[in-house]
Design a binder for this molecule. Structure first.
Ligand code: SAM
Length: 249
């Protein structure tokens, strides 16, 4: 196991996972000691570095991105600099992680203890991804979803975001956070999961229920690692964005 500080130093200045977020995933992995971790959405490999650093001996991270994903610095370089390259398998030969997940389901893969979903932020892609993840998680394994409140309105000046043509989306599809809908409709209200919780209004967690464990539907614990002021500021920013959308509409 490498220390959190070693990784934070090695990846300093590289997008996308912040040190605060890195600390949360690092501590989660350290506490739960998963043998097999899956990250969907690699980018430069910063998230993989934090995940891999906290693994127990013999643990492994598989991280999946588009076939064409080209980042500078590359995940290979970032993971080598962090000293965890040997614990991470980088997969890039697929158009989408949904197809990679389909292949794993079809081959009867041994499953994962922790899946970190940090990719498209799209209902169609990640709704399917979550249903496949539910099948591929081992009982007791955890799902973590990033970007719960992200919306296409945040990138409305772009043509395309992660393969989705923004012009082709309805106003509602641009305004509504897709991952929050995935979390609320496919994770919270899903008897396969338990211990659903939201951290800092941005991350959604759920644990796959063990056999015989009581079903708990529809309840979500809300927690925060930030100051009340920071959360109020985030809420206000979202309120302003919603008001702008109403004015535009
Ligand atoms: C925010 S970045 C990931 C950041 C990384 N997890 C970290 O912690 O630093 C999102 C990544 O998801 C990838 N992605 C988006 N949709 C995808 C899909 N359908 N299949 C594979 N990769 C996808 C993008 O190419 C991008 O590299």
């Amino acid at each position: 196991m490498k220390s959190f500080d070693e990784i934070a130093d090695a990846v300093a200045g590289v997008p996308f996972m912040s040190p605060d977020q890195g600390h949360i995933v690092y501590e989660h992995v350290r506490r739960t000691a998963p043998a097999r971790v899956l990250e969907l959405g690699t980018a430069h490999g910063v998230g993989s570095a934090y995940l891999a650093a906290a693994l127990p001996p013999g643990g492994q991270v598989i991280t999946v991105d588009h076939a064409g994903a080209a980042y500078d610095p590359s995940p290979e370089r970032v993971l080598s600099q962090a000293g965890v390259r040997d614990r991470v398998e980088i997969v890039r030969q697929y158009s989408s992680y949904t197809w990679w997940l389909k292949e794993r389901l079809a081959e009867g893969c041994e499953g994962f203890d922790f899946v970190y979903l940090d990719g498209a932020k799209n209902w169609t892609i990640d709704g399917l991804a979550v249903l496949l993840i539910e099948r591929l998680l081992r009982p007791g394994g955890w799902l973590l979803m990033d970007d719960l409140h992200w919306t296409y309105d945040e990138v409305r000046d772009r043509e395309v975001s992660d393969g989705v043509t923004i012009r082709g989306l309805s106003d509602e599809e641009r305004a509504e956070p897709h991952l929050r809908a995935v979390f609320d409709l496919l994770v919270v209200d899903n008897p396969a999961f338990t211990e659903q919780r939201i951290t800092d209004d941005w991350w959604g967690w759920a644990r796959k229920r063990l056999e015989g464990e009581p079903v708990r539907r529809g309840s979500v614990q809300i927690e925060t690692t930030k100051s009340a002021g920071a959360l109020v500021a985030n809420g206000l920013r979202r309120g302003v964005r919603a008001a702008r959308r109403r004015v535009r509409g």
